[in-house]
Design a protein. Structure first.
Length: 469
């Protein structure tokens, strides 16, 4: 028979993209078996909102089991369901909901703190910077300070792979004192809106041939509006107003110039006083006829780019941080050398899907990232003397995957499957599974006292580290 259960929204209204909570009470049918309760959002009590449908699967058993999805006959249960898009072909569970939260959700909406706290209770930490597992005996408040991951080993079993003997790094002198690597170009975001820019020092605005269009004093604003029909850039700055078919470039006196994109509102939910809209180096507003998109591009030195990454947090072990940032430097250097990944849109890497880059304000708050960058300056991962591609991801089910296993293509001997160390909590794979596993690397640093080069040689088979500047 068909049963109808209404679910009521806790709040009077929800903003676009915000997670809403619905309360409903289910009464298990009297007959044993598996039942699917289908839900959908209804507008004005009449029409179903397309794409909002999902199911809750309940198993009716003789007695209550430990599994939350099992109910005794005629037993009632209250369910709190966040409205979040997940796989409708599977039963809804808190783990699936937590893992379905994307970093872009923080930018687009107010992610409800209650859901983040529930995720923490089962060991899944979801933040603006990504998703990771934590030990359940650590603080579980989403507003608590970062937990210390300094080791108090409880498992003295040696790792699955033998601990490699530390090998001194063979380094060569930097090309020049203070060299911060090549200039990389980062696609920050694409937009159809006006772009408003200022800086902490006087700056110049140039066209693609390098001719100066305007000189602007510190703290004054410049605005660029792109006309997608005529394909022209309309610039207003310091009394200058002009239209040009050339892309617009903003340059300061040196690489320490801090540009601020006034029109960009990129605030993490965990601290809305921060706005990730400041960037070192130079900025470009550039249209790509190849894709029809207008991009804001940040050009800066590689080492400064790495300091603005938000792939980790200050609470992680420093040797893990050094391993992660060396992997990130190698990944960026590999794509800089190839120059093909985003060639159609005139940049090296993007700021969200390649590596999470949040610029100068991230550098100011994530001080341990800068420390790790400085400690490993210029060092990259090589195989047979060549800089290679070095993927990394969050966590896996007990082993990493080989490059061919996931992406096919040619055999890459440094990207083969390795087992996670003893004590690793085997979980559902989260990420592609190739290369360095962040959760496993933290374990190696915290519990087994691996140095960063040992961590890298554990996950990347047969590699060597080389200082290239």
């Amino acid at each position: 028979s068909s049963l109808t259960y209404k679910a009521s929204l806790e709040t009077a209204e929800n903003q676009p993209g915000q997670i809403g909570y619905f309360n409903t009470t289910l009464l298990a049918p009297s007959n044993l078996g598996t039942y699917k309760f289908k839900y959908a959002l209804v507008r004005d009590g009449k029409s179903i909102i397309s794409g909002s449908e999902f199911e809750i699967t309940i198993n009716v058993v003789n007695k209550k089991k430990s599994n939350q999805a099992n109910l005794a006959s005629n037993q009632k249960t209250e369910i709190l369901v966040p409205t979040q898009k997940i796989d409708n072909t599977k039963p809804v569970g808190l783990t699936e909901i937590c893992l379905s939260i994307k970093t872009s959700d923080f930018k687009a909406a107010m992610v409800d703190k209650r859901l983040l706290d529930e995720c923490l209770k089962i060991g899944i930490k979801v933040t603006e910077e990504g998703t990771s597992y934590i030990k359940l005996d650590q603080p579980t408040s989403s507003t608590a300070p970062e937990p210390s991951l300094e080791p108090t080993p409880t498992n003295t079993t040696p790792p699955v792979n033998p601990i490699p003997s530390p090998v001194p790094l063979q380094t060569t002198p930097s090309v020049a004192n203070g060299n911060n690597g090549p200039m990389v170009r980062i696609g920050l975001y694409n937009t159809t809106d006006p772009v408003i820019i200022t800086a902490n020092v006087p700056f110049t605005i140039k066209n693609q041939s390098g001719s100066v269009l305007a000189s602007v004093a510190a703290s004054l604003q410049a605005k660029v509006i792109f006309d997608f029909q005529s394909k022209t850039y309309n610039l207003t700055a310091n009394g200058t107003s002009l239209a040009t078919s050339s892309y617009i470039r903003f340059e300061g006196a040196n690489q320490n110039t801090v540009f601020e994109i006034i029109s960009l509102n990129w605030r993490p939910t965990w601290n809305t006083s921060i706005n990730y809209n400041k960037y070192l180096g130079a900025l470009e507003v550039r249209y790509s006829p190849n894709t029809g998109r207008l991009w804001v591009i940040n050009e800066l030195e590689l080492e400064n780019y790495l300091k603005g990454l938000a792939e980790s947090s200050n609470g992680a072990p420093i040797e893990y941080q050094k391993a992660l940032l060396t992997t990130a430097r190698t990944y960026a250097m590999y794509h800089f050398n190839r120059g093909t990944k985003h060639a159609a849109e005139y940049f090296t890497l993007d700021a969200t899907y390649d590596q999470v880059y949040r610029g100068y304000n991230a550098e100011l708050s994530l001080t341990q990232v800068s420390e790790a960058v400085e400690a490993t300056k210029g060092q990259v991962i090589t195989y047979n003397g060549e800089v290679v591609v070095t993927p990394y991801f969050s966590y896996d089910d007990g082993r990493t995957r080989s490059y061919q296993e996931v992406w096919g293509g040619s055999y890459k001997p440094w990207l083969v499957s390795v087992k996670e160390p003893a004590g690793y909590d085997k979980t559902t794979m989260y990420g592609h599974g190739v290369g360095l596993c962040a959760r496993g690397a933290v374990l190696l640093a915290a519990d087994f006292h691996y140095t960063f080069d040992q961590i890298l040689k554990y996950y990347f088979t047969g590699i060597e580290l080389k200082k290239i500047y």
